[in-house]
Design a protein around this ligand. Structure first.
Ligand code: 5AD
Ligand code: FES
Length: 344
């Protein structure tokens, strides 16, 4: 497929939009080969802890947006979060991902206290945070408290498209700044976007790829948009699975060393969506470690999978799925091969 690392816009647009099965197959295979060159057949497991579904934001696509009064809200206590980590550690996880809405109750001080407690009990585990847009000072404090990684999807690198998905108070420029700041502080940083959000064009997706090339993040989360009840986008169609897979593959080709999760959203749209993502260049999965009684409440979109399973069942299920496609589940820290700006 030639040297796509230096591909021009037209060539990338053709690959984003191609409907030709042979071209698509070739693209996915190239992406898979690149992944194997750097990471082999290893698939890194991360334990996901969704610790609050309160959110002050009002993104038009998201089921836990502030204006959604129809959902029950929850917050895990520090002890509950630590218990999730303990369960995770006993299952073999070496990475914890703490994800939540932008919940002011979890002030910087409270987050740091939780991070320090986890760091104290699990000195060698990687701690990943995913709590949205914060100030540089807050990010620095999280880092000092012992967090190593931060996930903040940019959602869309096209200004007009970003504005069509978010209230005016949210600015693409600020999100970009946050990502550059995180990277500079020394976090292994994850960006990412949804595929098939309302008003998205192929040019928007091209902008996402160009932005990723510029940022050069350690991780990139890519999943299809799935409508969520009681949101402004509730009646728009879901993203397309094949287009999502092509975007995973193109991201792998342009950012050969990035870590790419096979996302839950892809698994929700297609029974074998996550496994297919692995064949398109993804190399990370994130089984859920949240307590079972709150799983369904972290409802970013409708029909989310894995809401009824205990952590151990999820891990077993995911390991089988990974193995059945010829990959090797790996319970390791799984650091990105993209160098950090500061050694952590
Ligand atoms: N469909 C798919 N993904 C969604 N996210 C939020 N809402 C939806 C939705 N309706 C994604 C966003 C966010 C991540 C945590 O979940 O990209 O960054
Ligand atoms: Fe959770 Fe399959 S991965 S039940």
């Amino acid at each position: 497929m030639g040297d796509l690392q230096n591909a021009g816009d037209d060539e990338l647009l053709d690959l984003i939009t191609t409907e030709d099965p042979r071209t698509m197959e070739r693209l996915l295979l190239d992406a898979r080969n690149i992944t194997e060159k750097h990471y082999g057949k290893d698939v890194y497991f991360r334990g996901l802890i969704e610790f609050t579904n309160y959110c002050k934001n009002d993104c038009f696509y998201c089921g836990i947006r502030n204006a959604n009064r129809k959902i029950e809200r929850y917050r895990l206590t520090k002890e509950q979060i630590l218990d999730c980590c303990r369960t995770g550690a006993s299952l073999g996880f070496k990475t914890f991902v703490l994800q939540g809405g932008e919940d002011p109750w979890f002030s910087c001080g409270r987050v740091c206290e939780i991070v320090r407690a986890i760091r104290n009990e699990f000195p060698d585990h990687a701690i990943t945070l995913s709590l949205g847009e914060k100030t540089r000072e807050e990010y620095e404090q999280y880092y000092s408290a012992g967090a190593n990684r931060y996930l903040l999807r940019h959602e869309s690198a096209d200004c007009a498209h970003y504005a069509a998905m978010h209230p005016a108070a949210m600015r693409l420029e600020n999100r970009r700044e946050c990502l550059y700041t995180l990277r500079k502080i020394g976090f292994q940083t994850g960006a990412g976007f949804m595929v098939g959000t309302p008003f998205q064009t192929a040019e928007c997706l091209l902008a996402d790829l160009r932005f990723l090339q510029e940022l050069d993040p350690h991780m990139v989360g890519i999943g299809p948009f799935i409508p969520s009840a009681n949101t402004p986008f509730a009646h728009y169609p879901s993203g397309n699975v094949n287009l999502t897979l092509r975007m995973v593959a193109l991201t792998r080709i342009l950012l050969p060393r990035a870590l790419l999760p096979a996302t839950t959203a892809l698994g929700t749209l297609a029974g074998d969506g996550r496994e297919r993502a692995l064949t398109a260049g993804a190399n990370v999965v994130m089984p859920n470690l949240s307590p079972r009684d709150v799983r369904a409440l972290y409802s970013l979109y409708d029909n989310k999978i894995c809401t009824g399973d205990e952590a151990a069942e999820c891990v077993r299920c995911m390991s089988l799925r990974v193995r059945s496609f010829g990959f090797t589940p790996r319970m390791v820290r799984g650091d990105s091969l993209v160098p950090a700006d500061r050694q952590s």
